[in-house]
Design a binder for this molecule. Structure first.
Ligand code: SAM
Length: 169
């Protein structure tokens, strides 16, 4: 994540204080560490649930996460219901940052919807990435009656422009 995105995530978690944070796509644990730091500084007991088929969280970082984090190694579709059972309550904040294909992102968004509570926040990383943008559009159109206040939170673009490919700006 870019610095501005890290600050944004930190500020959202610090101010909204989710009880059950879920993320799809964890890799080295960067976003989870930001969430853990914000919850820690808020003296919150909020829990973190991470789903990734191939997490690579170093031991020094896991040390900072372990007390409040459940890591589920697996693909989102199979792991989501396990995560929800382990959480024991609906998620109130979710970060989607796993499969960035159109179908993958749309599938994750749809699968998440029944697992979050009223007033939950769903955020998508790389929302300017064309397949992700289309997936969010499709998701919002199909489920408009269940969604409120959607839109981009940042204008930072983290993907590189490939010459000859459609611009995402
Ligand atoms: C961009 S990285 C996540 C970065 C992390 N959120 C951060 O900001 O530090 C994307 C991760 O998504 C994972 N991933 C890909 N497809 C997935 C899926 N279907 N379910 C869960 N995770 C997936 C990959 O293994 C990879 O580790």
């Amino acid at each position: 994540m870019l610095q501005a995105e890290c600050l944004l995530l930190y500020a959202l978690i610090f101010s909204l204080q989710p009880n059950n944070y879920l993320e799809i796509g964890t890799l080295y644990g960067g976003s989870a560490l930001i969430v853990a730091a914000a919850l820690e500084n808020r003296r919150s007991n909020g829990r973190i649930f991470c789903i990734d088929p191939a997490p690579q969280i170093g031991p020094e970082h896991w040390q900072q996460l372990a007390a409040r984090t459940t890591l589920i190694q697996g693909f989102s579709l199979a792991a989501l219901s396990r995560a929800r059972t382990m959480a024991g309550a609906p998620f109130d904040f979710a970060l989607v940052d796993g499969d960035h294909s159109y179908h993958g992102c749309l599938r994750d968004a749809k699968a998440l919807l029944p697992l979050v509570g009223n007033g939950a926040y769903l955020i998508f990383h790389d929302c300017f990435n064309t397949p992700v943008a289309w997936a969010i559009d499709g998701f919002v159109r199909k489920h408009a009656s269940q969604l409120l206040d959607f839109g981009p939170l940042t204008r930072e673009i983290t993907i590189e422009h490939v010459p000859g490919e459609e611009s995402v700006a």
